[in-house]
Ligand binder design. Sequence first.
Ligand code: FE2
Length: 275
Amino acid sequence: MQKTVLRSDFAVRIDGVDLADPLSDDDFSALRDLWMQYKVAVFPGQDLDDDALLAFTRRFGPLFVHVQSQLVSPDHPEVMYAMNRGTEAPVKGVLEWHSDQSYTPKPVFGTILYGITIPKEGGDTCFADLVAAYDTLPDDLRTRVERQTAVYSPIKKGHIRRHSLSTDQLDEIPDVTHPMVRTHPYLDRKALYLSPNHMVAIGDLPDAEADALLAELTAHATQPEHVYCHSWSPGDILMWDNTSVMHRRNHFPHAEPRFHKRTGFYLPDELAVPA
Ligand SMILES: [Fe+2]
């Protein structure tokens, strides 16, 4: 296992490991530690079928199943297919900054994204380091987010949801409240908890003030020195820690096919609620 750190303390590329081959407990533990330390891990040149992808994911925690059942593999509901061909819910264009499933009471801990078919240009996945963002918060902003909470919703006014949710699916996910500063479940580390695409209120601030604060926090968190953008090659597997980063997808030409497989895993129940 060779590691290459891609940004200062943020995002690590790990070569020389075949994720289709079950890792020894020691290797798995080393890999998990690296991933948590650097928040985003990149594994190039992988070749996994759905069973192997699920076996790898399952070692990190209970498997995530997306509420939108129309997006999952017919044989494996824990594997989501993100593609722009052959589906009623095609992946298209930009997906704004967010943290996965932040609008649920127990958001998914890690997300694993496996690139299968990649357009020649565009479609980068970008990550913002919310630990660095928290550590470098100016004092005035820090005092406004400490002990503050935000309300999250899957549907935000002014943001078009690409894959529309049925009423039943919406019923499963009422709005939730989370702290704006989150302590890592396993590390002595705090991060901003931000998902601009899903945050609909902050504390009891009037809407205009909440919007302005969110815009200021987002601008701070997405300064180039806090961001790693991944330009995909087929066979890349990325995994990220949703307690410590947020991410977005850049635009790509819809004329070209794009296909990723995605899995996710939860924290154990006693650590699953953001705190
Ligand atoms: Fe996402």
